[in-house]
Design a protein around this ligand. Structure first.
Ligand code: G6P
Length: 614
């Protein structure tokens, strides 16, 4: 996945606008960067290099160029290694057409062979470059550039968000979207096309989310939009475009670091406010109640999510069972085929995705929908593909998350799932009125608990809490085992430490073989699984170096004969609140260790925030 931006303006230099847009899109990929500027009508000026946005912008002094139309791209490599030549934008043989792309062209090998036979000089290993040559190839058979563009993209299979410039039309940016996100920012004397809203809100808050199959162009003062269908191409009327324009309420400051050294730290620390907003926005929302009745009608419920969202799905599934006595199956989204054949119209899919654009999650819901299942989407992004393709969309409302490692959206997803579980229990009467009130009251304390837990964690964790550690286990039972999965993902993805997580009861079936003197094992103890003490003791007897993290009021009777480090987090009186008291310790553990090791936690290697490829 990658970030793309295209801008055209009158009387306004787009070079600094593109530069800033690239900074805002860097979370989508950062292995190489490039811009294309229309400096005159004979060719497009392309600058590109392997590396991150800051080094690129200062090396090429991009903001000092002067242009009224241009493109920008920040890359997360799929086809072709990260390198100068594979960086976008890509051009055709004439150097007049430049393309930036987010997505994957599946039939690229066949297109490449055809283009080579027709004499095109392909210089990179990317699928994107082929698009520039395809358009060039179609020009002689088309009455204008737009027609050539449409003919070219009709030959593509896969996914794309595209922005294209052509030096012969110096004030236009062409675009198209299929299965990769794309938004339009409407300005005064300029228009912007970009992968995501943070790239445009510095300049305009009037934003329209494009849909699959939409193509068109922008000029500084005009937007032309068309829908590609099996029957041809139909223009979208101006009134219809305008009716889809949204005013973005959240401020640019909310999406910036506000003095914190990293987005990740800012987002960990702002969890109390984020979760409060999730709670306030959903606790009485009729949409959540509607979703709860759909869950109660379902024959079978499958939860799908990727990465952190999958880990939140595990907890949501657990709470649906514990509170509402509803059975569900949590599934890693990319493994949806495991249950696909058994899905029918009586089933409900609960898809969890912060961005609402994760390819694997969208593929899963599309496959299940085609078998008649209903979809409930839990997402943070209004207008995302998940929100549009769900029968019911529930919003996390926790504000934009920029750090690649998800933190506040994890706790927010658990909050949404907990509210959903409570309403499902009210609907099927597995909870009486007073128990319901108690649980709702418990949840209202999540924000304070998170605040206390963050404070406690910051006061205990030193600057390099995992100093020298190369490999470790993070274990739990019940709820603790689910939180442990997220804890180990955080440690892996930003501190680059092999942190393995499995349910603690499994140690004796294999993994304990690795344990020797001083092998680090963290346990997450939750009130539903006090029997974890047995697993702690079996590790202690083999000399493991043990840290037990638990809510203060969970009493394990740990024998003092073993030197076990116990970390007490703020006490909570409800299982529903235990994720909020336990996870901040691990988010901050990973964060502090990453920083101590000299890694940038906002840009973990090989990862990106929104994964729009399979
Ligand atoms: C990427 C991110 C993870 C995220 C996952 C799912 O892998 O690096 O932090 O949890 O995608 O993203 P989603 O937007 O669907 O929640």
């Amino acid at each position: 996945m990658c970030g793309i931006i295209g801008i055209c303006a009158i009387k306004r230099n787009v070079a600094p606008m593109i530069s800033l847009g690239l900074k805002r899109l860097e979370y989508r990929g950062y292995d190489s960067v490039g811009v294309a500027l229309v400096l005159n009508e004979s060719r497009v000026h392309v600058l590109k290099a392997r590396g991150d946005v800051d080094s690129f912008l200062s090396r090429f002094k991009v903001s000092e160029f002067k242009a009224y139309t241009g493109l920008g791209h920040t890359r997360w490599a799929t086809h072709g290694a990260p390198s100068d030549v594979n960086a976008h934008p890509h051009t055709d043989c004439s150097g007049r057409i430049a393309v930036v792309h987010n997505g994957v062209i599946r039939n690229f090998s066949i297109i490449k062979s055809i283009l080579e036979v027709r004499g095109h000089r392909i210089t990179s290993e990317t699928d994107t470059e082929l698009i520039a040559h395809l358009i060039e190839d179609e020009i002689p058979f088309s009455s204008n550039f737009f027609e050539a563009f449409i003919r070219a993209i009709s030959r593509l299979e896969g996914s794309y968000a595209l922005a294209i410039i052509n030096s012969s039309e110096p004030n236009k940016v062409y675009f198209a979207r299929l299965k990769s996100p794309l938004v339009l920012g409407l300005g005064d004397g300029f228009n912007i096309i970009a992968s995501d809203i943070p790239a445009v809100i510095e300049y305009t808050r009037r934003v329209l989310t494009l849909e699959d199959g939409e193509v068109g162009w922008i000029t500084p003062t005009e937007v032309k939009l068309f829908k590609l269908t099996d029957d041809g191409i139909a223009e979208v009327k101006y009134e219809s475009i305008m009716s889809r324009v949204r005013f973005i309420e959240w401020s640019f400051e909310e999406a910036t670091r506000l003095g914190y050294p990293h987005f990740m730290l800012k987002e960990i620390v702002e969890q109390p406010n984020a979760i409060k907003s999730t709670y306030d926005g959903n606790i009485d929302d009729p949409i959540v109640k509607l979703a709860a009745s759909l869950l109660n009608e379902a024959n079978h419920i499958v939860l799908v999510g990727a990465g952190t969202s999958y880990h939140a799905s595990l907890i949501i599934s657990y709470f649906l069972s514990k509170i509402a006595k509803i059975k569900s199956t949590p599934l890693i989204a990319s493994e949806y085929k495991v249950v696909e054949d058994s899905i029918s119209r009586e089933d409900v899919i609960l898809a969890v995705s912060q961005s609402g654009e994760t390819y694997d999650t969208l593929e899963a819901i599309r496959a299940f929908k085609s078998r008649g299942a209903k979809v409930i989407g839990i997402t943070n992004v209004v207008g995302s593909a998940l929100s549009r393709e769900s029968d019911i969309a529930i919003y996390m409302r926790c504000g934009p998350e920029i750090g690649v490692a998800a933190t506040k959206t994890y706790t927010s997803q658990i909050m949404v799932g907990s509210i959903l579980a409570i309403y499902s229990a009210i609907e099927n009467k597995s909870l009486d009125n007073s128990s319901t009130r108690n649980l709702i009251d418990d949840l209202s304390k999540a924000s304070d608990i998170l605040g206390l837990s963050i404070k406690t964690s910051l006061s205990i964790l030193n600057d390099s809490p995992l100093r020298g550690i190369k490999s470790m286990y993070i274990l739990g039972r019940g709820l603790g085992s689910m939180i442990a999965k997220e804890a180990s993902l955080k440690v892996k993805e930003i501190a680059y430490i092999h942190a393995e997580s499995y349910p603690a009861g499994e140690s004796k079936h294999g993994p304990i073989a690795l344990v020797e003197e001083k092998f680090p094992v963290y346990f997450i103890a939750t009130s539903d699984s006090l029997e974890i003490i047995g697993n702690i003791m079996e590790m202690a007897s083999r000399g493991a170096s043990i840290v037990v993290v638990k809510p203060e009021n969970v009493n394990l009777n740990i024998s003092s004969s073993h030197s076990i480090n116990v970390v007490d987090m703020p006490p909570v009186n409800s299982l529903l609140l235990e994720p909020y008291t336990l996870i901040p310790y691990f988010q901050l553990l990973a964060y502090k260790e990453a920083v101590a090791r000299g890694y940038n936690p906002d840009k973990p290697r090989n990862l990106a925030k929104t994964v729009t490829v399979e």
